[in-house]
Structures are given as C-alpha cells and as structure tokens.
Design a protein around this ligand. Structure first.
Ligand SMILES: Nc1ncnc2c1ncn2[C@@H]1O[C@H](COP(=O)(O)OP(=O)(O)O)[C@@H](O)[C@H]1O
Length: 186
C-alpha cells in the first residue's frame, strides 16, 4: 500500500483532516522548491504528521518512550506528533532522521532544526485550507523568508493560546526566542 493510500484509509472518517494533510504536502513541496531540502523526506513527513491526530491519548502513548510521555504530560497535544514520528520509524520502517525530526517537532519546531522541519512546521500553519487569520500573512512571508515566517507562525499560535488562557509550553518560548535571536543556517 502506498503512503497516500495508508493515510487516506486512516483519515477516512475525517475528510477535512485529509484535505489539510494533502494541503500541507503541497505547501511544503512549494517551499522545498524555493529553499531546497530533501523533497522525498518532506513529502513523507507531511503525509504522516497528523496520522494519530484522532487516536486517543492512550493509543498515542503506546508508541512513545516513557520519559518522553512524562516530559510532555502538561501538553498532551504534542503526543500526536511524537507517536506519528515513532510509528513511521518503528512500524513503517522509515529510518530517516529527517522524516523523524520533521514529524516529531511539527507543532512548534526546535532550536537548530533541520530545514525540512522548518518547512513542515510552517506549511502546517499556512496550507491553503487554513482559514484563520495569520495563515495568509505567514504564507506570503514564507515565500521570501522562511525563518521569519516560522517565527510569525509561532507568535500567532502563542497569542491564540494566551487568548484562550493557555500558557505556552516552555519549549515553545525557547524556540521562539532562539530564532528571534539567531539566524539559523539550517
Ligand atoms: N502549549 C500548547 N498547549 C495547548 N495547545 C497547544 C499548545 N501549542 C500548540 N497547541 C495547539 O495544538 C495544535 C497543534 O497541533 P498541529 O497538529 O500542529 O496543528 P493542527 O491540528 O492545527 O494541524 C494547534 O491547535 C495549536 O493551537
């Protein structure tokens, strides 16, 4: 079974999510044409990044090492990214550190991330089906400056969380500050 078929089957009950995943793939490959990076790895990571989005937290945790479950226990939303990364590696045999990192850190990136990770995280925020304010601005900026677009996407997310009374996770702030202070040469 191809990867597209696998993801299509998994997300069959959630057509909007499948559209999002395909939108992220398209957007990420658009950014790859501008900035480079491994196109095959980007496509694979884009297709799999939300694989566990609708599985229960209990199911998601089955694929994640105990210390990582503990580290992110205050932000269980992160588990879908971790479980998808481990699933790709341990169950689909995708032994590519580029794919692993891009899926694992697709929600808020990491300091000194690979180009493919920044491409996926930014594409996730601004693929064509995104309707929230900010997506268009991030997309337009990403065509000129990927790092600044990534920063803006993280700022929007943090602002949105704060409006809902949710404190950002400490890593989100660290990552944001890192990229505001450093120009990262992937
Ligand atoms: N620290 C946090 N606490 C709670 N929710 C968060 C936090 N950081 C990000 N989020 C939310 O988690 C979701 C991230 O999941 P992701 O798969 O990247 O996005 P989406 O589901 O929109 O494709 C987004 O809805 C984002 O607003």
């Amino acid at each position: 079974m191809s990867l597209v078929d696998l993801v299509t089957e998994k997300l069959k009950p959630y057509p909007k999510r499948l559209e999002h995943v395909l939108g992220v793939k398209e957007r990420a490959l658009e950014f790859q044409k501008i900035y480079g990076g491994n196109a095959e790895a980007i496509e694979t990571a884009a297709l799999l990044h939300d694989y566990f989005k609708y599985d229960s937290i209990e199911v998601q945790k089955r694929y994640i090492p105990a210390n990582e479950i503990e580290k992110y226990q205050s932000v269980p939303v992160a588990y879908h990214a971790l479980s998808a990364a481990y699933y790709a590696k341990d169950h689909l045999g995708i032994n590519d550190p580029i794919v692993f990192e891009a899926i694992y850190y697709h929600i808020w990136g990491k300091t000194e991330m690979k180009l493919e990770t920044m491409i996926l995280a930014t594409a996730d925020f601004c693929e064509k089906n995104r309707t929230f304010s900010g997506a268009k601005k991030v997309y337009e900026l990403a065509l000129k400056d990927l790092q600044q677009a990534f920063i803006l996407s993280l700022e929007y997310t943090i602002e949105y969380l704060k409006k809902d009374g949710i404190n950002p996770f400490y890593e989100q702030i660290e990552v944001l500050n890192y990229y505001k202070e450093n120009t990262w040469n992937y």
